[in-house]
Design a protein around this ligand. Sequence first.
Ligand code: IPE
Ligand code: IPE
Ligand code: MG
Length: 261
Amino acid sequence: MRATERDAEMDLKAQIDRNKLPHHVAVIMDGNGRWAKRKGNVRIFGHQNGVKAVRQITEAAGELGVEYLTLYAFSTENWNRPKGEVDALMGLFVNAIQNETENLLKNNVRLSVIGELSDLPASVLKQLQSAIDYTADNTGLNLVIAVSYSGRWEITSAVKKIVKDVRAGNLDPEHIDDSVFESYLNTSTIPDPELLIRTSGEKRISNFMLWQLAYTELYFTPVLWPDFRKEHFYEAILDFQRRDRRFGRVGDQANTITVNN
Ligand code: IPE
Ligand code: IPE
Ligand code: MG
């Protein structure tokens, strides 16, 4: 990184109001394939280079004092990609987790995962579990990886668990409200994201955190994920800090409240 770029990055960081940080930032890491194509390379080359951006953004979020960072790494629909790409991605997950665990420990990051884990290959599960155990006592940033995850899968899974509990007589259907429903989601211990970033210029949610995004601020950037750096993350936070969040109320009223955070 050139000195002028570092200055620009530091300048953006200094503008961030540390008292108005989002507690939870979620990211749809998109554009790896297009990044590789532009370089005349195969899609997996883009995925490999996306790991760099993961390292940078995890570090940036931790340094700022963001409490939760959720990264959408693989959707339930991504299983429908060509087998070669899926296999390469699974291999990349194993390597990346293995290579990054020491870094997570050094940066006091606690790793967790959401998604349909039983669909993952044993090698990925094993590596994930060992990194989760290894970082379990860390007290800094909570890094949540969404893998084999989708919002609809999460909601239908919650419904199944709720029906089971109702049938077993452990839950009175009359008592089901937002907070009871949330307690059956994968994210039951995690606050809703205040900010969602999607890279690559696509302006859609792609089945991500459908319940949790109810009042999230959405930020779309044309930057492709392998090019996403700390400065881009700071720009997203600064944009978030300029927003007027109303939660269905009128301006002045809403400045004093938050939804589920
Ligand atoms: C995001 O990049 C990574 C995953 C979905 C696994 P893509 O692979 O979707 O890249 P594009 O969107 O095709 O460029
Ligand atoms: C969303 O990206 C999923 C992840 C980033 C993991 P996709 O590339 O799969 O989404 P679509 O197909 O463009 O909606
Ligand atoms: Mg994509």
